[in-house]
Design a protein around this ligand. Structure first.
Ligand code: IMP
Ligand code: MG
Length: 178
């Protein structure tokens, strides 16, 4: 069948093979760092779902997963308030928490989320992101585990969307005319 989405993609930035390699590298590091610790993966909906599913398959340590959906209130960056659309079902007190994100851009969402989760007293709190877009950064936040770095361009696929479209592309590409 013809892929209905492909015509909108200018070029492939990370192929399926590239992504497999990135996921494996990140998973190898988490396997080493969290052996015997049973981390909780906090997967941010919706963009991180594909990454999280592949990451989990490459983890050989005991771990758990939960999901969270957050959005930023506009204009509240200074107050650090985020809108929790859907919260965790897991008590994270004393747990080793790894936030799983698709891409860090301005970092404002993650900065605020880190503050919120830190207030629940986890044993540790780290960020694992498939991609980092350092050129977009406004808040001081960094990924502890980063699969790859991208420049200042809008990308879609492998969970990343443009108005909810293109999440199901198996690779990551740059939009035409972006
Ligand atoms: P921020 O770091 O708070 O600006 O938000 C990061 C979120 O913005 C990610 O989780 C994505 O949902 C979205 N995002 C940032 N850059 C891109 C992109 O290039 N393509 C698709 N979504 C993006
Ligand atoms: Mg998004």
């Amino acid at each position: 069948m013809i892929n209905e989405l492909e015509k909108d993609i200018d070029r492939i930035l990370f192929s399926e093979d590239d992504i497999r390699g990135m996921v494996k590298e990140v998973a190898d590091r988490i396997n080493l760092d969290y052996a015997g610790k049973k981390p909780l993966l906090v997967v941010l909906l919706k963009g991180s779902v594909l990454f999280a599913a592949d990451l989990m398959r490459s983890l050989v340590i005991d771990c758990e997963v939960d999901f969270m959906k957050v959005s930023s209130y506009s204009g509240t960056q200074s107050t650090g308030v985020i809108n929790v659309v859907s919260d965790l079902n897991t008590d994270i007190a004393g747990r080793h928490v790894i936030i799983v994100e698709d891409i860090i851009d301005t970092g404002s969402t993650l900065h605020k989320l880190k503050g919120l989760l830190a207030g629940r007293h986890p044993a540790s709190l780290k960020i694992c992101t498939l991609l980092d877009k350092p050129s977009g950064r406004k808040a001081e936040v960094y990924g502890d585990y980063i699969g790859g770095t991208v420049g200042n361009e809008f990308i879609v696929g492998y969970g990343l969307d443009l108005d909810e479209k293109y999440r199901n592309l198996p690779y990551i590409g740059v939009m035409r005319n972006s």
